[in-house]
Every structure is written in C-alpha cells, then in structure tokens.
Write a protein that binds this ligand. Structure first.
Ligand code: RP5
Length: 162
C-alpha cells in the first residue's frame, strides 16, 4: 500500500521533487508521485485530498512554485499531515513559493521545508521519521542513516589551501 503521496504543481517541479522520491526509496517507503495543480486541476486536488486518508496515506509531500497554493489547499481538504516544499521558479528564487507555503492562517497547518532540493530531501526524511514512530525497524534504518552521515562528515578532508 502506498504510504506517502508526493504531489507537485507541474512537471517542471519534478527536478526538485524527484529528490524526495529517491530518498523515500532509499528507506524502502512506498510512495507515489503525481502532478496535481491547485490552479489548473483544482477538482483533482480536491479528490486527491478527500481520498488521502481512506487510501491509507500517512502524509503528503506537496511541492509547488510561484503562487504555491497546492500544499495549503491540500491541507485545507484533509487532516493527513501535509509537508510543503517550496520549488524555486525563474523569477523570485523560490522566496515567493516559500512565503506562499509558510504563511498559513492558524488552524490549517502545513509543515514547511527549505527551498529546493534540501527541502525535498528533508521532507522525505521527516516523512520517514513520522512513519518510524510506529515502525521500530524503520527507526533503526533512520538511526543508521544519521550515523553514516555523521561518519562521512567526520571523515571528510578539506582540499589544500591555494
Ligand atoms: C506552479 O507553477 C508549479 O508548481 C510550478 O512550480 C509553477 C510553474 O509551472 P509551469 O508553468 O512550469 O507548468 O503551479
């Protein structure tokens, strides 16, 4: 059964959002990736949100750029946790998306991550952490990931000064 839904406003968001898909795959989490646009396909957005809980989704990672209403509108229509990823666009460097996603009115939360690849990866890691609350084997994999990450930083060598 699909555990995590990954939605994005456009195919042009895939370059960033594929990093979330890849990271979930590394942890063996089953996910689906789909274009769902708040503006161009609003009926699909409503259907996706309304069916999310009954389909067994544990969280939804939603990435969008520009007037990034997808995460907020998704959160408005479901209580399945929504993790928002601001995708940088051509003109404003993603700050427009960040502000659109982070400034939710009280009562309808969206967990908001960094702009771009770091946000996509961290949204996936956050989804892993959520799922690990009820899955001790997954928690061990998450702990191992953190250990390996620390070891690779500790082993890193800086280049010679020029
Ligand atoms: C948003 O508009 C999408 O999330 C995308 O980041 C942005 C631009 O979409 P395209 O014009 O590239 O399809 O809805």
């Amino acid at each position: 059964m699909v555990q995590v839904g990954i939605v994005m406003g456009s195919t042009s968001d895939w370059e960033v959002m594929q990093h979330a898909v890849r990271k979930l795959g590394e942890f063996g989490i089953s996910c689906e990736a789909k274009v769902v646009s708040a503006h161009r396909t609003p009926d699909l957005l409503f259907d996706y949100a309304e069916q999310a809980r009954s389909r067994g989704l544990k969280c939804i990672i939603a990435g969008a750029g520009g007037a990034a209403h997808l995460p907020g509108m998704m959160a408005a229509k479901t209580t399945v946790p929504v993790l928002g990823v601001p995708v940088p666009g051509k003109h404003l460097g993603g700050q427009d998306s960040l502000y659109s996603i982070v400034q939710m009115p009280k009562g309808v939360p969206v967990a908001t991550f960094a702009i771009g690849e770091a946000g996509a990866v961290n949204a996936a890691l956050f989804a892993v952490a959520l799922l690990a609350n009820g899955d001790p084997a997954l928690q061990l994999r998450l702990d191992a990931f953190r250990r390996q990450q620390a070891e690779s930083v500790l082993a890193a060598q800086l280049p010679e000064a020029r």
